[in-house]
Write a protein that binds this ligand. Sequence first.
Ligand code: NAD
Length: 310
Amino acid sequence: MKRVLVTGGAGFIGSNLALELERRGVEVVALDDFSSGHFENLAGFKGDLIAADVSRPADWVGRVGAVDAVFHQAAITDTTVMDQKRMMEVNVEGFRNILSFAVETGVRRVVYASSAGTYGAGAVPMRESQTPSPMNVYGFSKMVMERVPAPFLREDPALTVVGLRYFNVYGPHEARKGKAASMIWQLYGQMKAGKRPRVFRAGEQFRDHIYVKDVVAANLKAAEAAASGVFNVCTGKGTSFNKVIAVLNSVLGSDLAPEYFENPYPFYQNETQGDPAAAKHGLGFEARWSPEEGIADYLGTKPARLPVGA
Ligand SMILES: NC(=O)c1ccc[n+]([C@@H]2O[C@H](COP(=O)([O-])OP(=O)(O)OC[C@H]3O[C@@H](n4cnc5c(N)ncnc54)[C@H](O)[C@@H]3O)[C@@H](O)[C@H]2O)c1
């Protein structure tokens, strides 16, 4: 890879990916409409940046130039957004525009961000083969997005398109997502301010928390995949909110007990935990960071030791 396009390049994951690609000597063109991204995420970025809306191809198609690969991260990422038309225009039609661009300009590799939101409240461990059951229009848009590549792949057999179902990503550059940032970030913010961390009763809901450095690594592996497909990007382990709070207490040197409150949402993903086997087999990807190590790296301390029984 010599020159690539990273859409959503000013966002959380896109900026981490763009900066790592540059560190590896790849020329990066970023594309972003700054709806949830921020220029501060791109401190030190050397490449060009196209400020445009991916759902309006006339605004960017002629401006990208030749690229070997596309890493498509741009999306409406706030799962509470209810504007169904806009969600579908950006997440689904935006992706269709990316694939049209790829076929028309001879790009051979497209890697795109899907989501564990496609599984909804499905059984754990979540496997790529199970029937999707999204619980909101965000998850629905990601499910439909995964159906978009098929006709392009039939039209252009030289194209490889890999979808990555990220689980719950945390790490540097997520702060600008505000309330859509990870639970790890939300709990850290409360606890750093000396407040008791607030979680739904009784904190035993769990997430497959994956560090953004692992997500970047998965993208790099996917760009070299032998075949098209859709894969989980997960650690394979569920870590409860209570356990995350214990790790954060250890990192912060605090002893803040969780404050539980009733979950107001009738539809809520109580547990996410992916099966990492297909990504290991199909992409050679395995997550390297446990939540303890990832949180310590993120927040700049030594790995936290979990208190006995936490
Ligand atoms: N963070 C997670 O836990 C997680 C989990 C599953 C999937 N994902 C997916 O990963 C991708 C990156 O998400 P993120 O966490 O970095 O969020 P983010 O909101 O920080 O990044 C999304 C980026 O896309 C840009 N964008 C939005 N609409 C656009 C449009 N119409 N045209 C051009 N740019 C546009 C935003 O400005 C932002 O920079 C998304 O596709 C998201 O759905 C993230």
